[in-house]
Design a protein around this ligand. Structure first.
Ligand SMILES: [Zn+2]
Length: 448
């Protein structure tokens, strides 16, 4: 680790010149480093309240199932206090056997520590509130080849590459291992991501961004206000495009797959959900088949649907994933700690809007637990199915107009920021003269 301090003789010269001398008669050597706002010292303090833009060059090797990334983050500390390290989350670290080749902050080398799926990056000094720095990470990773466990998130399988949470991102450290299939991520919105992907063969690439240029085998995508920039790519994808309410919808599907049905359902779902939750905030919605046979996933501006999804469940799955564009994309939350905040809500949107409410196949249980506390058997039946029924009870108690007013208030007040299960429930409570807390307390005993 390189603690960057000004050499003593330079400090002496600075003091003789008197430039920037404080009332105490010395110059903080950290403030004298040219071109950097970092100051000398250590705090052992981090924060997720760091604004970051990402400028990334990705080399993706389909044949080898590997990639190399060169990511330049421009960070600004918005936490209100000084920090001296970042916690960057990426499953390249644990699933991808990530190897960091270069890590620098304002051009000086630092040594990140990789633990589980978190990269602890020392800034090499103290970054005061409001100050900015440039963090560059160059790393290699290897995709998995199967889809068992969580591997489907990060694999090349049956002709499709899926890379979820592959880019180290401003986050909070969370353990990856969990008994349920809940997502253990908490990522902060980035105002801008520029991603250039260069592939070793011609490929169709689905991301949450808008494609801005193509040169040979390089494609550039730009996204704004996103919490992630996930990729599904395949040489074999076929692409269909449509528009709905002024948004472009694209479908990247397997040859022979139900591409047209996916496009129709995506348009229908976007129309349905937008009518309830407000305008979809990104220019494009991209749907892609994932490597998984079982799981779908959402990230801002993009959705993965499992392959082989039968057309009878397409409307339900699509509506659930489209609802995540709001409950996770627009309003984020700690996905590990508050699965109800994005899963219970998105499931409610799908089941309510499609008239698919049904009884749960697991005993009635708490909705305020973390993804580490539910069993894999009952995670879906509790958080999703019971969560959906619970919200329907609240909706009927409040009446439709107050209920949807409360939901939209949550979207407006927490737009591109973080909410939580409790913030969501409290917002509903504020939208009605009724006292809902007696309904909340049995299912969310840790909050009420
Ligand atoms: Zn979901």
């Amino acid at each position: 680790m390189h603690m960057r301090r000004m050499p003593a003789f330079l400090l002496a010269i600075a003091m003789l010149m008197g430039g920037g001398a404080s009332a105490l008669g010395y110059v903080d050597p950290g403030t004298m480093r040219s071109g950097s706002e970092l100051q000398a010292g250590t705090l052992d303090r981090t924060s997720i309240a760091v604004r970051a833009t990402y400028d990334v060059k990705l080399t993706l090797r389909y044949e080898a199932g590997t990639f190399s990334a060169d990511s330049t983050m421009r960070i600004t500390n918005e936490s209100g206090v000084s920090i001296d390290r970042l916690e960057l989350n990426t499953i390249s670290a644990n699933l991808g056997r990530m190897r960091v080749r270069t890590a620098t902050v304002d051009g000086s080398r630092v040594t990140p520590r990789v633990e589980d799926m978190t990269l602890h990056v020392p800034l090499g000094g103290v970054l005061p509130n409001g100050a900015s720095a440039t963090v560059r990470l160059v790393f290699d990773a290897t995709l998995r080849s199967g889809t068992a466990g969580s591997d489907w998130l990060f694999t090349r399988n049956t002709g499709i590459i899926t890379m979820y949470r592959w880019l180290p991102w401003i986050s909070r450290e969370r353990p990856f291992a969990r008994p349920s299939f809940g997502f253990p991520f908490m990522t902060r919105v980035s105002p801008k991501v520029t991603l250039q992907v260069t592939t070793d063969r011609s490929m169709k690439i689905a991301t949450g961004g808008r494609r801005t240029s193509v040169t040979g085998l390089s494609q550039t995508f730009v996204a704004q206000n996103v919490r992630d920039m996930n990729i599904a790519a395949s040489p074999w994808f076929q692409v269909l495009t449509g528009t709905v309410n002024g948004h472009t919808v694209q479908v990247f599907h397997r040859p022979g797959g139900p591409g047209q049905a996916m496009l129709d359902q995506a348009k229908a779902a976007l129309t349905r959900v937008e009518a309830r939750l407000g305008t979809y905030p990104w220019p494009v919605l991209t749907i892609a088949n994932s490597s998984s046979r079982d799981y779908g996933a959402a990230s801002p501006g993009s959705i993965w649907l499992p392959t082989g999804v039968d057309t009878s469940s397409l409307a339900y799955l699509m509506t659930h994933e489209v609802a995540h564009q709001w409950f996770f994309g627009v309003v984020g939350n700690d996905l590990a700690k508050y699965p109800f905040a994005h899963e219970g809500t998105s499931e409610f949107m799908a089941r309510h809007l499609l008239g698919l409410q049904r009884a749960s196949r697991c005993p009635t249980s708490r909705l305020d637990l973390t993804i580490y506390q539910y069993t894999s058997n009952c995670f879906y039946e509790t958080v999703y199915v019971q969560g959906s029924l619970f919200l329907d009870t609240i909706r009927r108690r409040m009446g439709d107009s107050a209920f949807w007013r409360g939901v939209r208030l949550y979207m407006t007040e927490r737009r591109f920021a973080f909410g939580s299960s409790k913030v969501f429930l409290d917002t509903l409570d504020r939208a009605t003269p009724l006292d809902l807390r007696s309904l909340f307390d049995t299912r969310f005993p840790s909050y009420y």
